[in-house]
Write a protein that binds this ligand. Structure first.
Ligand code: ADP
Ligand code: MG
Length: 694
């Protein structure tokens, strides 16, 4: 790392170094305690911190501040206020109070709220989240905040996440204390989110209404070259793309986002960025920033960044691998198999908690990855199926099975664990078995949840993970606290987990048809589409666990259920209308013009004395296809006029069952016609243009 680089990393972040420099020592210590140990913020320090933040930000050119928040629409929001306070004598001072730092009052009714807000009581609150650092961007001080209704209901992704950080810390610490750890003060969920994306030429993008409005192509015949040759994954990065990546890294680093790895992905024009993992809360904020900056930096370079889960049919889509683990504030990864039998026992308890939790609440976890966009991806032999299972690898699975069955080599726990000690070190990431098809894979010292869609906020996934694991840990802690024979109770926890939840472990090929059948035999849910997956938010056991762990109230669960279903319906509705618009205003006129010109050519040839049956055949194909397309369009239009609006679930089901199939029929008709139409007439860039002309 050269010295320039180390100076730029985090240079626009109000981070620990900056705080130390700009805050009086006692204020720094008090704030630090809130940040790292989750202690409530002392009100009197806010004014001092605000003043320091303002002065620091002003030096970086900031004239405004914004309470930056994450409404329930996967993107971020904030209104920008200037630091300027007029003095009444024609002059103004630059001012920023503790009150302004701590609390904002945006109008909540304009954001998705799922019935939690009525316009007549529209006020919402944003509250400073001091655990995620503020930063300066575009002359504005960005203050990460949680967004709640007037009555305190969460309207965002951050509030439940912060609640879940407390829940997991509390329960994990109970386990650690039982194992004799007296020094760790907090347990933190750690997250590293690998982000996939497409990069295409801006000019081509601007010519595609579907990409601009919906983020994906709604029409487009297959290119002659897609990803068949397997020549893109980790291949040479084109100069133009490399340049984009370099600028992106630079901006991310300035904002303290630890972007680490970049490479080409499987599909043409597809790439990936992976950061170094951080506390879940910061990682989520940083992933949001990453997505925003990808779009902005792309635009500046005459490129367009596509974050949609499936921008191109029959080409791999994009996901987000959510790597998740638990760490103590003093640096121990709790999912790292230990070096001593005792550490190993503790590891097995945490591992069992994840297995137990994911089996009990697989449907809830599946829900967190559900979206109209991700429906095109999950289960399509490029992404995990819609069935949740856990990959542990043969080695770790057999250790758990040995403990569970109390098999001969394992008269007592210590012996088994010693066997474990000898062999577990081999479980490092480099040579532990790799399984790329599992939706939830143990990769040596963390779990990798691979279902999340590329455009989604990862907040839901992580607050659900934290909540369900915290809940299981609390049960385990009760058992261990009351156990007469501690070692034996640990063995029983592992044994019970394997007996009751071993069905969730699957080390084979998740893409195979056999697995779908086997999973059904095991009674694992297969929620193949978003609408079914969202209903997990209405299951009483799921509401109960979220309420019990103080993550969401019953009404907050319900509001999310409504928002998600509404979002699904709206997405499909917009896509369908965009299709019809493109069809009537661009595609059909082009086909008709081409057919007309072809007919004229046919007549000319005939006049000149040529009988041309090939041209006649083409005319016949075109006219047949025009009829076919018109029929399909009429059916789609009719379906849209008859949307069942009786209730929000019926509506979403209607879009799923009555609209998406008609969109598919229309698309097929158009795509098959595209192949007959001269490229001089086709009114928009083709798949080849989009995927290969970057
Ligand atoms: P891949 O899954 O493609 O092989 P890597 O193994 O390099 O990728 O890492 C994937 C991601 O996992 C990175 O973002 C990394 O920071 C993250 N990661 C590594 N350790 C942890 C951990 N303990 N907790 C959370 N994320 C982690
Ligand atoms: Mg990965």
């Amino acid at each position: 790392m050269n010295s320039d680089f180390s100076k730029t990393f985090g240079c626009k972040v109000f981070n620990d170094t900056v705080m130390r420099q700009w805050l009086p020592k006692n204020i720094y210590i008090s704030l630090k305690r809130s940040i790292s140990e989750g202690e409530p913020l002392q009100p009197h320090i806010a004014d001092v911190v605000a003043e320091a933040m303002k002065n620091w930000a002003s030096e970086l050119g900031a004239t405004h501040y914004t309470h930056w928040f994450q409404p329930m629409n996967n993107i971020t929001a904030g209104k920008h206020d200037s630091f300027v306070t007029p003095q009444g004598d024609g002059t103004a001072v630059v001012d920023f109070s503790g009150k302004e730092l701590i609390k904002g009052e945006p109008d909540a009714s304009s954001f998705p709220n799922g019935g939690l807000r009525n316009t007549f009581e529209a006020r919402g609150y944003t509250a400073w989240d001091c655990t995620s650092p503020a930063f300066v961007r575009d002359h504005t001080l960005y203050i990460p905040t949680a967004f709640c209704s007037y009555t305190g209901e969460a309207l965002d992704g951050k509030t439940p996440l912060l609640r879940s950080m407390d829940a997991i810390s509390g329960q994990a610490l109970r386990i650690l204390r039982i194992f004799g750890n007296t020094s760790s003060k907090r347990v933190i969920a750690t997250v590293g989110a690998e982000q996939e994306y497409f990069l295409i030429d801006r000019a081509q993008y601007e010519k595609r209404l579907d990409l601009k409005i919906t983020g994906r192509t709604l029409f487009g015949a297959n290119p002659s070259k897609g990803q068949q040759m397997d020549d893109h994954y980790c291949g040479r990065i084109r100069l133009r793309v490399a340049d984009f990546m370099r600028q992106l890294d630079q901006e991310l680093w300035e904002l303290g986002v630890p972007s680490k790895t970049k490479h080409n992905e499987v599909a043409p024009a597809q790439h990936e960025l992976a950061p170094v993992f951080e506390s879940a809360n910061t990682a989520i904020d940083h992933n949001q920033l990453t997505m925003e900056l990808m779009r902005i930096v792309a635009k500046r370079n005459n490129l367009a960044c596509l974050l949609h889960e499936k921008p191109f049919e029959s080409v791999n889509g994009s996901g987000k691998h959510n790597n998740w683990s638990l760490a103590t504030d003093d640096g121990y990864n709790l999912l790292d198999p230990g070096k001593t039998p005792y550490e190993n026992m503790q590891f097995l308890v945490f591992l069992s908690a994840v297995i137990d939790a994911v089996d009990n609440y697989g449907d809830l976890l599946r829900m967190t990855a559900a979206s109209a966009g991700n429906d095109h991806r999950l289960g399509a032999n490029e992404a995990p199926p819609a069935i949740i299972s856990i990959f542990l690898g043969e080695h770790l699975t057999s250790i758990l099975e040995e403990i569970a069955t109390g098999s001969e080599h394992a008269e007592n726990l210590t012996r088994v664990l010693e066997t474990g000690v000898a062999t577990l070190p081999r479980l490092n990431r480099d040579d532990s078995d790799r399984n790329r098809t599992s939706p939830f894979a143990f990769t040596g010292n963390k779990f990798e949840f691979r279902m999340v869609g590329s455009s989604a906020s990862i907040s839901q996934t992580n607050f659900v993970l934290n909540a369900i694991v915290a809940d299981t840990l609390s049960r385990f802690a009760d058992r261990l606290q009351n156990a007469a024979d501690f070692d034996n109770e640990v063995r029983k926890i592992v044994a019970d987990t394997m007996k009751e939840h071993g069905r969730i472990i699957f080390n084979g090929n998740n893409y195979s048809d056999e697995w779908v059948q086997e999973a059904a035999r095991r009674g694992l849910p297969n929620l193949s589409n978003t609408v079914d997956a969202i209903t997990a938010l209405r299951e009483q056991k799921n509401i109960d666990v979220l309420v019990r762990q103080n993550i969401l109230s019953e009404s907050e669960c319900h509001s999310r259920y409504e928002i998600r279903l509404e979002n699904y319906s709206k997405t499909i509705d917009i896509e369908a209308h965009t299709m019809l618009e493109m069809l009537h205003r661009q595609i059909l006129p082009a086909i008709i013009r081409f057919a007309g010109d072809t007919a004229a050519s046919y007549n000319n040839l005939k006049t000149a004395g040529f009988e041309n049956s090939a041209v006649q055949h083409l005319l016949w194909v075109l006219s047949e296809n025009i009829i076919r397309i018109q029929k399909a369009a009429t059916a789609l239009k009719k379906a849209l006029q008859e949307v069942d609006c009786t209730d929000i679930l019926a509506q979403a089901q209607y879009y799923r069952d009555q609209v998406t199939n008609k969109m598919a029929v229309l698309r097929k008709a158009v795509d098959e016609t595209e192949e007959f139409v001269s490229s001089d007439y086709w009114p928009m860039p083709t798949y080849t243009d989009l995927l290969h002309r970057v």
